[in-house]
Design a protein around this ligand. Structure first.
Ligand code: NAD
Length: 268
């Protein structure tokens, strides 16, 4: 099979559902040699494995833990011989919770959990994958967000965590040059099952639980009037991983949000 990513090897975190799953499916269609999917949702990984057979290896683990990333990198190299692309994507949401709704205790607990997943998880992946990526002159792609740029993309913890992701993309692009490119994709509101934190009792609450109601809420917020699907973003993860087509791109986030940044500030 030939495609944009022929014979390359990738790790994708948060790969069981939503955007991560769409990236795995698309990487497979673009001809990768193999993908290592890391997620804490064992059932979702099993379903992914059934869809992709031998070209998929799974690691059940928590992105807050170093060992999960170390195992994913070791699996990529031992099963497929190399690592070209590491996609940091696992994340949780805060359902737009403002600071005034926290107690000191709930703030500390929720921040520890959300930042450990959304920010530390990406840094641990970068640390674990760096050497293998230097060898192949590969690239890191992180799922940022419209909330990496806009205050209204979540609550105070989510927005600040995704702003932090922008900072680490830019800083790691500097540190890892000239060997490894580091970029991000910034989805706008997307119809996935994105969940909340355990510490706020929102681990079972999900952003897109009622797809119709979510779509009705999302459509008026962007100029293109889109309620996006996970698959809408997947091609950008291909582009940013492609040595042929984005070799001069590093330290950038491509927003995929229906044009939130160009919405009118006055009626016209
Ligand atoms: P999703 O819930 O469908 O996918 C997230 C995946 O991450 C799940 O499979 C989940 O099991 C996994 N995960 C969560 N915490 C984990 C942990 N500690 N260890 C291992 N795996 C873990 O949601 P999604 O919308 O596809 O989210 C993917 C990324 O997209 C996240 O970083 C999210 O912040 C970002 N994002 C989502 C939207 C949106 O509107 N859905 C918008 C912008 C950015």
């Amino acid at each position: 099979m030939s495609g944009w990513l022929t014979d390359q090897v990738a790790i994708v975190t948060g790969a069981s559902t939503g955007i991560g799953r769409a990236v795995v499916d698309r990487y497979m269609a673009e001809g990768v040699r193999g993908v290592v999917a890391l997620d804490r949702d064992a059932e979702g990984l099993q379903a992914l494995g059934e869809a992709h057979g031998d070209r998929l290896k799974t690691v059940v683990g928590d992105v807050r833990e170093w060992t999960a990333h170390e195992t994913a990198v070791r699996t990529a190299v031992s099963a497929f011989g190399r690592l070209d692309i590491a996609v940091g994507n696992a994340g949780v949401f805060d359902f737009h919770r403002p600071l005034s709704k926290y107690t000191p205790e709930s703030l500390v607990a929720a921040m520890d959990e959300l930042f450990a997943i959304n920010v530390r998880g990406y840094l641990l992946l970068a640390l674990a994958a760096r050497e293998a990526l230097v060898e192949t002159r590969g690239s890191l792609v992180f799922t940022a967000s419209v909330a990496s740029h806009e205050a209204g993309g979540g609550g105070v913890l989510y927005v600040s965590s995704k702003h932090a992701v922008l900072g680490l993309i830019r800083r790691l692009a500097l540190e890892f040059a000239p060997d490894v490119r580091v970029n991000g994709v910034g989805p706008g509101a997307t119809l996935t099952q994105l969940r909340g934190t355990e510490s706020l009792g929102q681990a079972q609450r999900s952003l897109g639980a009622d797809r119709e109601a979510s779509a009705a809420r999302i459509v008026p917020t962007n100029p293109l009037r889109l309620a996006q699907e996970a698959e809408d973003h997947a091609g950008l993860y291909v582009l940013l991983a492609s040595r042929r087509d984005s070799r001069a791109v590093t330290g950038q986030v491509i927003l995929s949000d229906g044009g939130v940044g160009v919405r009118p500030i006055a009626p016209f």
